[in-house]
Structure formats: C-alpha cells, structure tokens
Design a protein around this ligand. Structure first.
Ligand SMILES: [Cu+2]
Length: 279
C-alpha cells in the first residue's frame, strides 16, 4: 500500500487523529490444503483485510470525537461494499485524488470496486463497539461457506441420530440459517480455520472473513491503538425481553360492502398436485 502525503497543508486533505489502511485480498484454499488454488478467478473462499480474517483482524480504535481516516484498496476480482455501523462517513478521496467538499455525501456503505482505492473519513461521535464489514454475506465467512444446500425450514428432528448410526460424525447445516454454523464445535481439517466464529459479550457472533469492529471510547488515550475490550453499556440502555402483561391481539374487521362482495364472489377451488403426470 502506497500513501503519498502532501507537502504541507492541502485544502481538501484534513488533519486526522487516526489513520487506518488496509488492502482487500481473496484466496481459494481447499479446506486442509497447504497451498492456494492460484488459478481460481472468482470462487474464492477466504476473504481478508491485510491478509487476515476475523477474529484475527484487530479492531479499529478511536477516541470519542476523533476524526478518523480509513483507506481501503481492493486487490480482489470482485467489488466489496464496505459497511460501518454506528457512524456516518464521507468518501473524501479516490485513486484520482481528494474529493471536492461539494461532492461528498454521508454514507454508511461504500462499494470498493475491483482495483479501486477509497478513502473514508468520519467523526467517531458514537461510543460503542460497531460492526465494520464487507456487506456481501459470504465475504464474512471462511472456507465451507459456499456450496451448502439451503436447508432452511427443513425439519431435521431425529434425522441426525439416524444418520449418525451410519456416519458417526454427521452434522446438519443451516437449519435456522447459516448462523447455526458459528455455534458448531466441529473438528476442522488441519491448516483450516472455522467458517464463522468469534464471541462477543452475549455469546457467539458467527462472523469470519472481512469483518472487524470499530471501537469508540471516551476514555481512549490520544494515539492509543490498543483494544479497549468489550464496550460496557450504560445501565438501562440495553434491550431486554418484555415479560409483562400482553394486550389482546386486535382483530381485523371488514367493511360491510367488502363483506357483501366477498359473500357474492364464487369460492376459489384449490387443487393440489396429484403425482407427476402433467408436470
Ligand atoms: Cu466483500
């Protein structure tokens, strides 16, 4: 990554308190293999920032109200919509140079196309631990995140035990969406990392690949890039399960003329498919 600093002041390049830079890269490594498949053009299974994947990517840390610059360069053969929770940023520079102030607008996601650089800037004005990631879901997963059949809605109850009589290590995948995977404790092939993993203060967070956190703290010292740990929310600011009395469910009522029309209309007939003869 090459960064050219201007000589002296530049009207479109602000002084910042924090300056982060990372390159996006992707690899195809068959689980268990020691070498990548270098001829793969699109179907990579490892999506990295500075060649590291979550939870191996350090958090971006800021002191409350710091001005933060993040430079992102894309070396992969696909676009990456980079998304930050909690704050709004502006794209203040591209490969072509600084963006004129009149051409900047607030964003929470910006697409970094193939071979592009984007320079984002924001004021870190919201304390917390904020997810920051590529918005393509499979780019926040490691190997095995691809080529898995959709099993949402399939009732697996009792199935695993039956199959395990034949294949002792059998597991089902993705019954409640891909997040099931993060909670599985599965033996992995050698030289392989989990597809989705990581824990937060409330349990597994089921992420991998191009994901990290932006940690904004009032008490972070200027220039201190060390990880301040999990954010401690102020009492009374966390969501909780409501267990009080529940109001009666309101029932929809039909206007009188609509009811009359419905009564006059011929009743619909539903035919369910019978065999495969006319498919
Ligand atoms: Cu991506």
């Amino acid at each position: 990554l090459w960064i050219t600093h201007p000589k002296g002041q530049h009207p479109l390049i602000a002084e910042v308190d924090r300056d982060y830079a990372f390159l996006l890269s992707a690899y195809d490594v068959t689980p268990g293999a020691k070498t990548p498949n270098v001829n793969t053009m699109l179907d990579q299974n490892i999506w990295s920032w500075n060649s590291r994947v979550f939870p191996g990517i350090s958090p971006l840390v800021a002191r409350l109200n710091d001005r933060v610059r993040v430079r992102v360069g894309n070396l992969t053969m696909t676009n990456h919509p980079i998304h930050i929770h909690g704050i709004e940023f502006e794209v203040t520079g591209t490969d072509g140079g600084p963006v004129p102030k009149t051409a900047r607008w607030p964003e929470v996601t910006t697409d970094v196309a193939v071979g592009q650089m984007r320079q984002l800037e924001f004021i870190a004005d919201e304390p917390g631990d904020w997810a920051m990631h590529c918005h393509k879901s499979h780019h926040t997963m490691g190997a095995m995140g691809h080529d898995v059949p959709t099993m949402i809605g399939v009732d697996h109850r009792g199935l695993v035990q039956k199959i395990q009589k034949l294949i002792p290590d059998y597991m089902v995948m993705g019954e409640r969406g891909m997040a099931d995977m993060g909670e599985m404790e599965m033996e992995l092939p050698e030289n392989t990392f989990p597809m989705m993993t990581g824990t937060g203060p409330y349990g597994p967070i089921e992420m991998g690949g191009m994901f990290t956190t932006l940690k904004v703290r009032a008490e972070q010292k200027p220039g201190d890039y060390s990880d301040p740990g999990d954010y401690k929310q102020a009492p009374g600011t966390q969501s909780f399960e409501y267990t009080g009395p529940v109001a009666a469910t309101p029932h929809a009522t039909r206007a009188p003329e609509a009811s009359a029309q419905a009564a006059a209309a011929p009743a619909g007939q539903v035919r369910k498919p019978q065999g495969h003869a006319h498919h």
